[in-house]
Design a protein around this ligand. Structure first.
Ligand SMILES: [Zn+2]
Length: 254
């Protein structure tokens, strides 16, 4: 007998014991995308289903495009860890976690195959439609944990997803020489940059000092939205791209 999945997209159930109750009254309003970061898909799946690991995700998308559901969407999967977005810190309670098979930066980071990306688009599109999740709430693990995480990384084609109506993205502004801000700088322009990043959702104190945390957040922003150069330096291209994204947020465009 086959067990039903939550998604309208073709998937099969591969249960993980690693989940808990979602708190009452908290709506699912985010999707968090990860890469598995393990040498093989088998090793990743084993870890996500091992009670000793205490990690899981709702879905795993294989490189061939096949999809496994490990945790029912109604349950709280354990994928985000210590993280934060738009002032909220219990991300697991309000999100769906999707693990995308890729060895990651530690084990041979490589491009995501076409079949896998098509499957991610179909799955995440379906999740967003069913839960009424906003475009800008489709995020990477690195967005919500910039000091700890790099996944799904700069090779992940967020532009392809956005073309298919999944997630928010604007064409990055071209990289040119010119003014930039970097670690060690301080002053009003740094304060303005920190304010913009925090407004978009990143957890960052507005101090006016371009510190390590600011560099990590700028790098996380670049990894998602300006992947050509991920260096934690706020150049004009980074700032203009951030500005263009902010203008797409409804609270700021009206
Ligand atoms: Zn992750």
């Amino acid at each position: 007998m086959s067990v039903a999945t939550d998604t309208g997209v073709k998937a099969r159930v591969h249960p993980s014991p690693n989940h808990g109750e979602r708190p009452e009254g908290v709506a699912v309003d985010m999707v968090v995308l990860h890469y598995t970061g393990m040498p093989s898909a088998e090793a990743a799946l084993q870890r996500l289903c091992d009670p000793r690991s205490e990690v899981s995700a709702h879905y795993v998308v294989n490189e061939d495009g096949s999809i496994l559901q490990c945790v029912p969407e109604a349950r709280r999967a354990w994928h985000a860890g210590r993280s934060s977005w738009k002032g909220a810190s219990d991300i697991n309670s309000r999100s769906i976690g999707v693990e995308i098979v890729n060895p990651g930066h530690e084990h041979g980071y490589r491009p995501f195959p076409e079949a896998q990306i098509e499957a991610v688009i179909a799955l995440v599109g379906d999740i967003c439609t069913r839960h009424g999740i906003q475009l800008w709430m489709v995020l990477g693990h690195s967005d919500i944990a910039p000091a700890r995480k790099e996944d799904p990384g700069e090779l992940f084609p967020w532009d392809r997803l956005a073309e298919a109506g999944v997630g928010l993205y604007v064409t990055p502004f071209p990289i040119r020489t010119g003014l930039l801000m970097q670690e060690g700088d301080s002053g009003q322009p740094v304060e303005a940059l920190q304010t913009m990043l925090a407004l978009y959702g990143y957890e960052l104190d507005i101090t006016g000092d371009f510190d390590l945390k600011t560099r990590q957040v700028v790098a996380a922003f670049q990894r998602h939205f300006r992947p050509e150069k991920v260096d934690g330096v706020a150049d004009q291209s980074t700032i203009e791209t951030l500005n263009a994204l902010l203008r797409k947020l409804p609270s700021l465009s009206s």
